[in-house]
Design a protein around this ligand. Structure first.
Ligand code: TMP
Length: 206
């Protein structure tokens, strides 16, 4: 479905440096950028995020349905109106996270994930997606230095994080035009430079 703004999403395993890179990109894009995140981004979706992140006994199907509900509200209330107003929207995680986490990590059939993503977004697809890629061992090590930022999923076994990475790599391979894979073991400066060059290439190809 056509929209006028630019919809940018960031993805990656835990500890890949998304927050830093989002801030750096936003700094060069100027003050009118809309920041948001998933799950979350609206009052209802943030309440769902809280349930999602803090519930110990939760099945993967429940995770998927909570994420889809939060996303439906978020797309309708926040993302689509901003894009219609010609704004740049940067979203910290979106539909590719569901493929990686509930699909590859959680084992839910990818066809169901794609269908539900499509229903929740009404067909909205990011214009460009940056996946910050690094081995989960390194990401988790970075995160362990900051215990306060660890949530339920961060504390899962390494094998789960490996599957998340595998999911993201598969997404990047399947959609190279939209999805830009960036080596996040590089320095933050080098990651930013690569990412911004890819963003500019996207703009000139539009
Ligand atoms: P964050 O750590 O980037 O704030 O994301 C919150 C957690 O939510 C993170 O562990 C990944 C998880 N998540 C999913 O499992 N599926 C999804 O579709 C999304 C958007 C996030």
């Amino acid at each position: 479905m056509a929209h006028r703004g630019i919809f940018i999403t960031f993805e990656g395993v835990e500890g890949a440096g998304k927050t830093t890179q989002i801030q750096r990109l936003a700094a060069v894009l100027g003050p009118d950028v809309v920041f948001t995140r998933e799950p979350g981004g609206t009052p209802v979706s943030e309440r769902i995020r809280d349930i999602f992140l803090t519930s110990d006994r939760i099945t993967t199907m429940t995770e998927l349905l909570l994420i889809a509900a939060a996303r439906a509200q978020h797309v309708d209330e926040r993302i689509r109106p901003a894009l219609a107003a010609n704004q740049i929207v940067i979203c910290d995680r979106f539909t590719d996270a569901t493929v990686a986490y509930q699909g590859y990590r959680g084992g839910i059939d990818l066809e169901i994930i794609h269908q539900l993503n499509d229903v929740a977004t009404g067909g909205l697809i990011p214009d460009i997606t940056f996946i910050l890629d690094l081995p989960p061992e390194i990401g988790l090590q970075r995160q362990q230095q900051d215990e306060t930022h660890r949530d339920r999923l961060d504390k899962e076994p390494l094998e789960f994080h490996r599957r998340v990475r595998e999911g993201y790599l598969a997404v990047a391979k399947a959609e190279p035009h939209r999805v830009k894979l960036i080596d996040a073991t590089q320095s933050p400066d080098a990651v930013h430079a690569e990412l911004f060059a890819k963003y500019q290439a996207y703009l000139s190809s539009k």
